[in-house]
Design a protein around this ligand. Structure first.
Ligand code: AMP
Length: 299
């Protein structure tokens, strides 16, 4: 397998100033794989319940996502509810029902254990470590996390960070995680633990790429009205990792990372135009190409 993602598969209820969406398909592994599949062959490792819609499985299959690692268990799919306030920056979690996710222990199909790239999406860091322990080679490892794990499982998360190459994190989380005061110090702190690349997401202010000693800043790519930002980070990460993998280079250079940032940003800009995965699954290649061209002209 080229690229493997381990993460959540969810049914989300989301309320934003533009409306609401109830029990719609979501989860970090879902958004990531639908984005990455635009560029490469991706395998998904996760668990869903019997209530996970057949139409969502059909969307995965349509994108040629490998489903050997997707377990469908007796019971309900992980459910998450969130509400965004006026400026859509702050998000409040309304509920988290773990359901079948509660006893999830990721087991990688044999074929996945020698993948070229691995993405540890937002799940408990102990599970991220369990995945790393199953690898038979040394893939390029990307890692995402969230404030919940920084608060409740920091030491374990630091262990997972040490074994990763690329950290994708938001500006508040990196400060919480490193306990540094300034972003530049926080990035150096993460790099001193092992990862050579740190991507700091800054919401509506875009993202910054730190690759070894190089640094670049990227704005967001606003085209249409923002409807629902849920999954934007995972979609960005999927586009980013999928693009890097598609280059088929053992060691991508700074220019490759730069192009991957642009591709991830553009895919995320489509995702936020609708609720759930609606826009991500309806997109065509021509639309992506046009927006990529426009975005690059503006940089
Ligand atoms: P993002 O907007 O990138 O933070 O990702 C939102 C997705 O994360 C939603 O689809 C949720 O189902 C999922 N999610 C929320 N809380 C958790 C959690 N504790 N563990 C794993 N996934 C979660």
């Amino acid at each position: 397998m080229a690229l493997v993602v381990v993460g959540s598969i969810a049914l989300d209820t989301v309320i934003t100033p533009r409306g609401r969406s109830d029990n719609a398909v979501g989860g970090s592994a879902t958004f990531f794989s639908l984005a990455a599949a635009r560029k490469t062959r991706v395998g998904i490792v996760g668990v869903a319940g019997k209530d996970f819609p057949a139409s969502a499985i059909a969307d995965f299959e349509k994108m040629h996502i490998d489903l050997q690692g997707l377990e469908i268990r007796e019971g309900k799919t992980f459910r998450w509810g969130g509400i965004y306030r006026i400026n859509m920056k702050e998000r409040e979690t309304l509920y988290t029902d773990l359901n079948v996710f509660e006893h999830f222990s990721p087991t990688l199909p044999r074929e996945y254990r020698s993948c070229r790239m691995l993405f540890l999406a937002n799940i408990h860091p102990a599970l991220q470590l369990r995945v790393l322990d199953q690898m038979e080679n040394k893939p390029l490892v990307g890692l995402d996390s969230m404030n919940l794990w920084i608060k409740t499982a920091k030491a374990t998360l630091i262990e997972a960070v040490k074994r990763s190459d690329i950290i994708i994190i938001n500006d508040e989380e990196i400060i919480q995680l490193t306990e540094e005061q300034y972003l530049a110090d926080a990035v150096l702190h993460i790099q001193s633990l092992g990862p050579h690349t740190v991507i700091v997401k800054k919401g509506k202010y875009g993202a910054e790429l730190f690759h070894k000693k190089n640094h670049a800043v990227y704005p967001i790519c606003p085209e249409k009205a923002l409807v629902d930002p849920t999954g934007a980070g995972d979609t960005f990460a999927g586009g980013f990792m999928g693009y890097l993998d598609s280059l088929n280079k053992p060691i991508p250079d700074f220019y490759d990372y730069h192009e991957a940032m642009i591709y991830g940003t553009v895919l995320a800009s489509f995702l936020v135009e609708s609720f759930s995965t609606d826009r991500l699954t309806s997109l065509n290649d021509e639309e992506i190409k046009t927006r990529l061209r426009k975005f690059k002209d503006r940089l």
